[in-house]
Design a protein around this ligand. Structure first.
Ligand SMILES: [Zn+2]
Length: 322
């Protein structure tokens, strides 16, 4: 369905790419997105794809795809795509970074220059990257300047704010953004994710046959409708523990959690593209899973962490009516 992102990025970040694709398709693009998670390179790539799509001069001729997605050789690409891909489009690609600042924080002048620039008229759809939106990156005056700009950015302007954790960002900034968690790149991602996306359901037998039984059990638990939801949560938590123990991989927790969250994305992904509650629920779930992955990589004992994860998950699920 995506004409905006390439297949690799869509496979690594099914939630983020489908959210923004459907927002653009339904002309309900927010003016600010906070991309959380530990995938710095992918966040830049993500933003670049969006900027190219919003500014490409050849969309109509290329079947609604920006130049580089339609396989046009570089020399024939439109100048907007070329400049955006090189990160140097003077109007469509604006960045706010701490580069060149002695304190390591974003300089106030830079934040003010940005709002001046955005107050001017432009024929381009301006995409603004704030490379580090955590509160540590700002002095108060530059945070205020940024807040004002996000609040009243003018038309045809889109902010992408990056942060490892949503909690690192000032609540006043978060409240002006739509938060999209991006999964950190797993060790062995694409084969599994590709098979899930291709079939639209998690047919994991071809790539991770060891996890087929686990996937079947998870699907059964997902289907169960009962008042004893906590029992299902405990059952799921046990299944996850067993799968992690038995799956031979350097980071089994990452693979198992990607699988289990992708199964949930498959289950309600369609609905999430039109239903804000469902989308918020998936976003919260992915954040929870990212936290747990980090814990599993750093700590040996996982039982309590997995149980807490699943119980929080189930609460979210119930609250969202999913
Ligand atoms: Zn183009």
């Amino acid at each position: 369905m995506s004409n905006i992102f390439d297949i690799e990025l869509a496979q690594r970040h099914p939630f983020a790419t489908s959210m923004v694709t459907s927002a653009i398709n339904s002309q309900r693009l927010s003016h600010a997105y906070l991309l959380s998670g530990r995938a710095p390179q992918d966040k830049w790539t993500f933003a670049r794809f969006v900027a190219a799509y919003l500014n490409c001069a050849n969309l109509a001729a290329n079947n609604d795809r920006a130049c580089h997605l339609s396989g046009i050789p570089e020399k024939d690409q439109c100048v907007n795509c070329k400049w955006i891909n090189e990160g140097k489009h003077p109007q469509a690609w604006l960045t706010l970074t701490s580069e060149g600042s002695k304190s390591g924080k974003i300089a106030v002048e830079k934040a003010r220059l940005l709002s001046d620039e955005l107050s001017k008229h432009s024929e381009f759809f301006r995409v603004v990257i704030v490379e580090d939106a955590s509160q540590e990156a700002f002095h108060r005056p530059s945070a205020n300047a940024l807040l004002k700009t996000i609040e009243d950015p003018g038309s045809r302007c889109l902010f992408f704010l990056f942060a490892t954790r949503e909690d690192d960002v000032l609540p006043t900034v978060v409240s002006r953004c739509q938060v999209i968690p991006m999964q950190s790149p797993p060790e062995k991602p694409t084969a599994l994710a590709a098979s899930i996306l291709k079939t639209g359901s998690a047919d994991v037998t071809s790539t991770t046959p060891e996890l087929k039984n686990f996937a079947d059990e998870v699907k059964k638990i997902f289907k169960a409708r009962d008042s004893h939801l906590n029992l299902y949560a405990l059952d799921l938590s046990r299944q996850i523990q067993i799968a992690i123990e038995e799956y031979e991989h350097e980071h089994p927790g990452v693979v198992v959690l990607d699988l289990v969250t992708n199964l949930e994305i498959c289950r309600i992904g369609e609905r999430a593209s039109t239903d804000r509650t469902a989308a918020g629920y998936l976003a919260d779930l992915l954040s929870l899973a990212e936290e747990l992955k980090l814990q599993l990589v750093h700590y040996v004992s996982s039982k309590a962490a997995i149980e807490t994860f699943v119980l929080s998950w189930w609460q979210l699920r119930r609250a969202a009516g999913c």
